[in-house]
Design a protein around this ligand. Structure first.
Ligand code: HEC
Length: 403
């Protein structure tokens, strides 16, 4: 069987698993952030006596749930053996994500990571740099948290934001736009998983061990875990937009693509803030601070206006008057596409070297070249805007293949 075909299967299955585990992780994370921010002081004497710090009532799936939170640890009972831990959601998301990144971007680094018009280097060097990016971001982010973590909360937020902006800029100077966006998402997501692996879970293990030994646990573990967990919650929407935005060529192909990425992530963090604050506002009977979500939405609106495609050139307007011939479209495809889509090389099982094949893939050609502008890959063959418009007009005229 064709190796490229098998890789497509691997890609599909890893992507599926990655989405499932990410849904589970982010779902659990959203749930606990909601729970934490929805707690109110316990109402019953019994709970107060037990040292419960906050409670939440919920109705779901035909039953009522009553959650109680003990800030450091419950003092009135031994910890049960069947304590539920949350970490596999995080680890499996990272593992499947890294697997997918390897099969797609590292295995095909020459096509996916390197764009010689952005930075001309060998696939091997680009692979090393991409892996270095993931590790370096974690080390520096962790360093920022350790050094600024004891100071005012604002310091750490500013520190992380400045660093994320710098990393986004740097990624876009080195890698193909599509890879740069994904890499920034992967770098934040790696830090999220590393927060769980290196700080949150080890801290919780220490607390559980001291409780089981009958000692009073050190509250620093809880505080530290909470700080990293709050960062993770603000990373969620930026990570997701960085990962899916790379499927939209018009977002990452411009000269200031790093700024597009930063603004998308900023919008995500602002919108997330309104949702985090909303739960607390509910408990206190206050209104939800929607202004952050509104600001995030305005950032997106500004981006949409900034990135709107320019009006067609005078040449394209003049050409629009007469119908497109198939010969014109075939000439563009021969020049810009068949290099990677022919009898021997069939990227993603698409070949475009005969009129029948072009006819068969007309819809996908239109989508990829004119709408999403994902093809040619990294615009390796330098297709022009007018040529994209030509394909669009041909498709809209019913994609005729008669000469
Ligand atoms: C430099 C090589 C290269 C060039 C040039 C190129 N492609 Fe591709 N194409 C690829 C690769 C690699 C993939 C697989 C992308 C992926 O897996 O995300 C692909 C995938 C596709 C797909 C399938 C997309 C999907 O996700 O199902 C279509 C359709 C396509 N290309 C059309 C075109 C058209 C039309 C052109 C010319 C305008 C073109 N390609 C030029 C490399 C190229």
């Amino acid at each position: 069987m064709d190796i490229a075909y098998l890789f497509d299967w691997l890609n599909l299955l890893l992507r599926w698993a990655h989405v499932i585990t990410a849904v589970a992780w982010i779902g659990a994370s959203f749930y606990f952030v909601m729970l934490d921010n929805s707690l109110s002081p316990p109402t019953h004497d019994d709970l107060k006596r037990k040292g419960v710090d906050g409670e939440m009532w919920a109705v779901h799936g035909g039953g009522f749930y009553h959650s109680n939170k003990y800030m450091v640890a419950p003092r009135w009972l031994p910890l049960p053996q069947n304590l539920h831990w949350s970490y596999w959601e995080s680890y499996s998301t990272w593992l499947t994500g890294f697997g997918l990144f390897t099969t797609l971007y590292l295995y095909n680094a020459g096509t996916f990571l390197v764009d010689k018009t952005v930075y001309d280097w060998t696939p091997g060097a680009a692979i090393g740099a991409a892996l270095g990016f993931l590790a370096a971001f974690w080390l520096i982010y962790d360093g920022i948290c350790r050094t600024l973590g004891q100071r005012k909360n604002g310091d750490i937020v500013v520190g992380i934001c400045v660093f994320v902006v710098f990393a986004s800029w740097l990624a876009c100077q080195l890698f193909a736009g599509r890879a740069a966006f994904l890499l920034v998402g992967a770098m934040l997501a790696t830090a999220m998983s590393a927060n769980v692996f290196f700080w949150i879970i080890p801290g919780q293990r220490k607390v559980v061990a001291s409780l089981r030994a009958g000692e009073t646990p050190d509250p620093v573990h809880g505080k530290r875990g909470k700080q990293r967990s709050v960062h993770n919650t603000y990373f969620t929407l930026p990570v997701l937009i960085a990962m899916i935005s790379n499927h939209y060529g018009w977002l990452y192909q411009g000269p200031n693509n790093w700024l597009v990425l930063v603004l998308l992530m900023l919008a995500g963090a602002l919108i997330r803030h309104s949702f985090v604050a909303r739960h607390k506002a509910h408990v206190l009977g206050k209104r939800t601070p929607w202004e952050h979500a509104v600001a995030g939405t305005l950032v997106l609106l500004g981006l949409a206006i900034w990135l709107a495609p320019p009006p067609p050139s005078a040449a394209a307007q003049a050409a629009a008057a007469k119908p497109v011939t198939f010969a014109e479209v075939k000439a563009v495809i021969d020049q810009r596409c068949t290099m990677c889509h022919n009898a021997q090389v069939q990227s993603k099982n698409v070949a475009l070297h005969t009129p029948e094949l072009i006819r068969q893939h007309a819809q996908a050609v239109f989508q990829q070249a004119s709408v999403l502008k994902l093809m040619p890959m990294n615009n390796a063959t330098q297709i022009t805007e007018d040529e994209r418009t030509l394909i669009k007009r041909w498709f809209e005229a019913g994609a005729p293949t008669a000469p």
